[in-house]
Design a binder for this molecule. Structure first.
Ligand SMILES: Cc1cc2c(cc1C)N(C[C@H](O)[C@H](O)[C@H](O)COP(=O)(O)O)c1[nH]c(=O)[nH]c(=O)c1N2
Length: 225
């Protein structure tokens, strides 16, 4: 007799597996391909349900989703990006700086929907199972929710672009976040007709994908000390 709550768990049927891997492999970070069409609330709901189904430390579910449609708020966020991006550009030298200045790194105003995924660092109380020795596991949990969201959005034909070039204080002020709440991911979202076949940063010559075999070590760290 199986204990209550268990159900059979075998591999998915081949087309279902293919769909999962397709979503993973065809997910892209979107900056410039957003269409102005609004995102259907039912579609957004499914995408947020996917995010909310993510694993979380001690089942603390530390995330919130701030849904931003207001153009005035987006304009303010866009200004915050411009300020931080000017600082960012100055951190690179020579030809890297020139290339950086040509990259489009956000679609805040073009995307009809922006979403800030936050992490409440006090969710679940003072002691959370699994977070007792690594306080950042609530942040890792929130990132799991972001990845679920990103994959579900791909399956729905909704592009997502993550923007992290902000001064923390700016986002906090604009979105009215209390001290205990961390803005983990600022996402631009909207319908897309086309997506790049590989990461745009690779196509534009900024960075390239590394082979998986370089990433796999056996038993111990095998890279540079
Ligand atoms: C935590 C974090 C933060 C950012 C990003 C991603 C992640 C995970 N990415 C997107 C990033 O550049 C992109 O994921 C990689 O280049 C790989 O491309 P694909 O996502 O596979 O298309 C990103 N992109 C961008 O244009 N502006 C940004 O500020 C950021 N910030």
């Amino acid at each position: 007799m199986q204990p209550t709550g268990l159900k059979p768990a075998g591999p998915f049927a081949a087309p279902e597996r293919a769909a999962v891997y397709r979503a993973i492999n065809e997910r892209r970070d979107v900056r410039g391909q957003f269409l102005p069409d609004p995102v259907d609330p039912a579609v957004l709901r499914r995408i947020l349900e996917a995010a909310h189904a993510a694993p979380s430390v001690g089942l603390s579910q530390p995330w919130n989703f701030i849904v931003i449609r207001d153009g005035a708020v987006r304009a303010e966020v866009r200004r915050a990006f411009e300020g931080a991006n000017a600082q960012a550009e100055a951190m690179f030298d020579g030809s890297r700086r020139a290339l950086y200045s040509q990259l489009k790194l956000q679609g805040i105003s073009e995307a009809p929907l922006n979403l800030c995924v936050t992490c409440d660092r006090q969710r679940g109380g003072p002691v959370v199972l699994g977070r007792t020795h690594d306080l950042d596991t609530d942040l890792y949990s929130t990132v799991c929710a972001v990845q679920n969201l990103w994959l579900a959005a791909r399956a729905e034909g909704i592009g997502v672009g993550w923007v992290s070039i902000f001064r923390d204080d700016d986002l906090r002020r604009i979105l009215g976040l209390p001290e205990r709440v961390v803005p983990v991911a600022y996402l631009c979202m909207g319908h897309v007709n086309t997506l790049y076949e590989s990461p745009e940063l690779e196509i534009r010559g900024w960075a390239s994908k590394r082979p998986l075999d370089e990433m796999i070590f056996a038993d111990r760290w095998e890279g540079r000390p």
